[in-house]
Ligand binder design. Structure first.
Ligand code: IPE
Ligand code: IPE
Ligand code: MG
Length: 244
């Protein structure tokens, strides 16, 4: 048997795709436009990708929209991003409800403006009964602080005598993360050519296949998504076992 025929590709379609949406600024710069234009076009890509995931039968898609480190950007850019978030949620919510999409937000929302927190809560509540596709949006999200928060939550249970230290296992941890109830991503895609995770789903991506594409996020299309899924199918997922 030659090497190629011993490779066992990932035959089952990805259940959960996570996307690091990067390159909005560079997209705008190449066109001589302000960064805002890149973020605006990026929001259109979100629409396209959510629709494509629904049509392709993907069950979970997580989108990295704003990291806890993105507060370091100029206040005007942060304001622009928050403005686009308001616009996006207001514009899409009815359609998402109608199409059977469930929306969830991960990250620390307490630092977001009160009206945005209200919009997020409302979108989650209105779509809570849907299950066709879950769209999970990471906002003011950082994986390390999510893990620290989980540890704190578990420590409190232990301190209160509700949980024995030896009973803490991976499942306990999984349940204490923001992503509780969501399966681990099978595939993590990052656009714009950067090859790093930037504090995104570090625990959850332990065995995810990683795909880095040079396409800038505002240009990311259904064809790019399908190409990434094809690449995923060519990968061999081993989980520590031998090949073949
Ligand atoms: C991604 O695009 C959007 C966010 C991180 C909010 P960037 O704004 O990071 O675009 P580049 O990396 O500067 O091109
Ligand atoms: C990662 O992109 C965060 C999001 C896509 C929301 P960044 O552009 O902020 O990441 P770095 O700074 O290049 O690592
Ligand atoms: Mg970037």
């Amino acid at each position: 048997m030659d090497a190629a025929s011993s490779i066992r590709p990932a035959l089952t379609p990805p259940v959960h795709i996570a996307l690091i949406m990067d390159g909005n600024g560079r997209w705008a710069k190449r066109r001589g436009l302000p960064r805002f234009a890149g973020h605006q076009q990026g929001a259109e890509s979100v629409r396209t990708v959510v629709r494509s995931c629904r049509e392709l039968g993907i069950r979970f898609v997580t989108l990295y929209a704003f990291s806890s480190e993105n507060w370091k950007r100029p206040a005007s850019e942060v304001d622009d991003l928050m403005g686009l978030l308001r616009l996006y949620v207001r514009r899409e919510r009815d359609e998402l409800v109608r199409e059977g999409v469930r929306v969830r937000f991960i990250g620390d929302r307490t630092r977001l403006a009160p009206d945005i927190q209200g919009l997020l809560d409302e979108a989650e509540q209105r779509t809570a009964g849907n299950s066709l596709l879950t769209v999970c949006i990471a906002l003011n999200y950082g994986s390390r602080s999510e893990i620290v928060d989980a540890a704190r939550r578990i420590a409190r249970q232990v301190a209160a005598g509700l949980l024995a230290p030896d009973a803490v296992d991976e499942a306990t941890f999984q349940e204490a993360l923001d992503t509780r109830g969501i399966p681990d991503p099978d595939l993590v895609i990052r656009t714009s050519g950067e090859q790093r995770l930037s504090n995104f789903l570090l625990w959850q991506s332990a065995y995810a296949e990683l795909i880095f594409t040079p396409t800038l996020w505002p240009d990311f299309s259904r064809a790019d998504l399908e190409q990434a899924i094809s690449e995923y199918h060519r990968r061999e997922r081993r989980y520590g076992t031998t090949s073949g």
